[in-house]
Design a protein around this ligand. Sequence first.
Ligand code: ATP
Ligand code: MG
Length: 137
Amino acid sequence: MEQTLSIIKPDAVAKNVVGKILDRFESNGLRLAATKKIQLSKADAEAFYAVHAERPFYGELVDFMISGPVVVSVLEGENAMAKNRDLMGATNPKEAAAGTIRADFAESIDANAVHGSDSLENAAIEINFFFAAKEIC
Ligand code: ATP
Ligand code: MG
């Protein structure tokens, strides 16, 4: 069974739609192997998005990710990584297909409701970043 990391970002947590987003995962064959709500520190967010450190939006992205709590989950299922990316929709909610999480719950390219790992290699790194082995079951 494949595993991938999901983050429900501060905008969606503030809008009180955590349950609705988790339901999208469960209703589409993904199981919650781990879930927790946390407030990221600036160092956490900088490290998590280090791959984007040279991009012009990096500072805003880090500030946004620490603007409130997030809900991180390990999603498990067949093709979990790609399936989660499909459920999320395009990075820019204005381009996201109808019925996707970003089309339904996100406002803008920076406040875009969810993160999902973009490769199996990154999924393993990101799961390890947030969860101890005994928290995943
Ligand atoms: P995520 O990594 O959050 O799942 P993604 O893989 O769809 O999103 P990335 O290209 O990895 O998109 O960008 C990471 C995040 O940086 C995006 O989710 C978005 O919040 C922000 N971002 C990306 N491009 C821009 C941009 N042009 N302007 C502002 N923010 C951006
Ligand atoms: Mg990404």
